[in-house]
Write a protein that binds this ligand. Structure first.
Ligand code: HEM
Length: 526
């Protein structure tokens, strides 16, 4: 009897689901027709083939395939907007069309969100933070953070100068005929951005550059023996933890709703260690908030947050969001920038001569001067065009809506997007489209920026209300270091040009030069 009742209930539930899905599909079809929408190119495969795609994505390390150039670029060979059924049946629209990006990032911002899926994918480390939230919590976080990113605050370049000095010290002096030893600049850039970001966040540099140098002298110490947060940040273990966390997070993003497949004990351990790193600062900020403001000290981002809430997990999440958003992105930008300078001596020469003219060695390097240096801006734009450090991303529709182009045989009709549908997009692919950038799209040419470039086809920081809040901070940090380095060194060459020319990508939450930036630099005389 009970079995019969359960059977009836299950049958009723299935019937309800089928009828509801039928009604929903009809309603959505009517909505699409009413808005003149057509479907984009459909790349859905039979379900057993979509396993093949997932396998390809999971096996990149083994096969040596590049997720961007080999797998994602393949999707857009026939059209700039496509759709595909995920292997569990949900429809995903992907686009590299500037008009569509402008729509969901800005003009139709209210119709989309970063989505619960992003939260679920990133929450092991970032919890609920500016980066993983939408609606009221995001708006509140954004308003709280905004004053801290104002020009006045970024104007203070003392911490940047100190971190630049530490980096140059870490490179060391010339050993033969003015040439330095062979150095991998990549870890030094990660230290540089961690030191500047921690100063900005906590009012105190983690001094990871100095810690790394000390550790190299003494030989790596076990993390258990390390006392200070800075010393922890300088260890190979900490860099490795950041890498493990970043790699797992990007796997979780790529797997969409199957994100939970990317999990492991080493990931959880790395998460725990990275979280521990922030505890010292969070505790200090809570203490200060409870005992009153420390006179004479500039207000840090964490202090500002701690004045609002003393919930430690919220403070830790927001802090880690800024560290993840700020450290690897800018370090990766610097990595690609110096890789390009090593590979293009003519650009190195030109940029150096502009820098020597605009930044006399006895004058301070100011925010205003950095912003005004046109060729430096063009150079960084070109680096970010070919190597955007956040190459793939996504949004979710929160209501039935449309995107302006991509539908029908000519791909010019609007397309309908259903509530809950995921949108994937890749600025990496968009920045390399020959129909947008010309036949020389894949060539590195800072001079192309002398022409006006349409705003929505270049989006390394995205755009609209969720545009990167740290954009100016990042560009000023990177520019400052480039000026300091190019004033000091008048030549740079790759240690192994063939390796550098492969430009293999490391992909975590950001995209960085996977084989490092191994160069030797020539010190300028005088
Ligand atoms: C070259 C360096 C950087 C690049 C390319 C970059 C890129 C981006 C991108 C693409 C987003 C949008 C993500 C999305 O909404 O899906 C973003 C958001 C964000 N970035 Fe950056 N970023 C950089 C540096 C920084 C720095 C230095 C900081 C802070 C110190 C920072 C803080 C943030 C924050 C807090 C958000 C979330 C904003 C929001 O959702 O309202 N970023 N960044």
């Amino acid at each position: 009897m009970v079995a019969l009742q359960v059977g009836v209930l299950v049958a009723a539930y299935i019937a309800y689901k089928v009828i509801r899905s039928f009604i929903e599909t009809r309603r959505f079809k009517a909505f699409a027709e009413q808005h003149g929408c057509e479907n984009p190119l459909d790349l859905s495969e039979p379900w057993h083939n979509s396993f093949g795609r997932i396998r390809r994505i999971m096996n990149l390390k083994k096969t040596g395939e590049d997720i961007l150039d080999d797998i994602i670029a393949e999707d857009f060979r026939g059209a700039a907007t496509i759709q595909r059924k995920g292997f569990e049946g949900s429809l995903i629209t992907s686009t590299v069309e500037p008009a569509n990006l402008q729509a969901f990032l800005a003009t139709q911002f209210e119709d989309f969100e970063t989505g619960r899926l992003r939260y679920l994918q990133l929450s092991p480390i970032l919890g609920k933070s500016i980066f993983t939230s939408d609606g009221a919590f995001w708006a509140h976080s954004r308003a709280l953070f905004r004053p801290q990113f104002s020009r006045d605050n970024i104007n203070d370049l003392d911490a940047t100068d100190k971190a630049a000095h530490a980096l140059i010290t870490a490179i060391g002096s010339g050993v033969a005929a003015g040439w330095t030893r062979d150095v991998d600049l990549s870890p030094m850039f990660f230290n540089f951005t961690l030191d500047t970001a921690s100063d900005f966040l906590f009012g105190e540099s983690a001094e990871s550059q100095a810690a790394m140098m000390a550790a190299q002298k003494e030989g790596e110490r076990s993390p258990g023996a390390i006392q200070s947060a800075g010393a922890q940040a300088g260890t190979q273990q900490f860099r490795h933890d950041f890498e493990i966390v970043g790699e797992q997070l990007i796997s979780r993003i790529r797997l969409f709703s199957m994100y939970w497949l990317a999990d492991s004990i080493s990931f959880r351990r790395a998460v725990a260690r990275v979280k521990r790193f922030t505890e010292h600062y969070v505790q200090a900020a809570v203490n200060t908030a409870q005992t009153g403001k420390v006179e004479g000290k500039k207000e840090t981002l964490l202090a500002r947050l701690a004045a609002e809430t003393q919930d430690r997990s919220e403070l830790r999440n927001q802090t880690l969001a800024i560290l993840f958003a700020g450290r690897d992105t800018t370090a990766s930008l610097l990595g690609w920038a110096f890789l390009r300078l090593a590979l293009h001596p003519e650009v190195f020469e030109k940029l150096r001569s502009v820098i020597l003219k605009d930044f006399a060695s006895d004058e301070p390097i100011t925010f205003a001067k950095l912003k005004d240096c046109r060729y430096l801006r063009h150079f960084l734009n070109e680096v970010l065009r070919l190597h955007p450090t956040v190459p793939i991303n996504g949004r979710t529709a929160i209501k039935d809506t449309t995107l302006p182009v991509g539908g029908g045989p000519d791909q010019k009709s609007p397309i309908a997007i259903r509530k809950g549908q995921a949108i994937g997009f890749s600025v990496y692919i968009m920045h390399r489209r020959k129909d947008l950038w010309g036949e020389d799209a894949l060539e590195f040419k800072p001079e192309r920026w002398e022409e006006r470039i349409p705003a929505w086809q270049f989006l390394p920081f995205l755009g609209g209300p969720r545009v990167c809040i740290g954009q100016t901070f990042a560009l000023i940090e990177a520019s400052y270091l480039i000026v300091r380095m190019l004033r000091r060194y008048d030549g740079m060459e790759p240690v192994d040009e063939a390796v550098m020319l492969r430009m293999r990508k490391g992909l975590g939450l950001t995209m960085w030069p996977r084989d490092g930036v191994n160069v030797r630099l020539h010190e300028a005389s005088g």
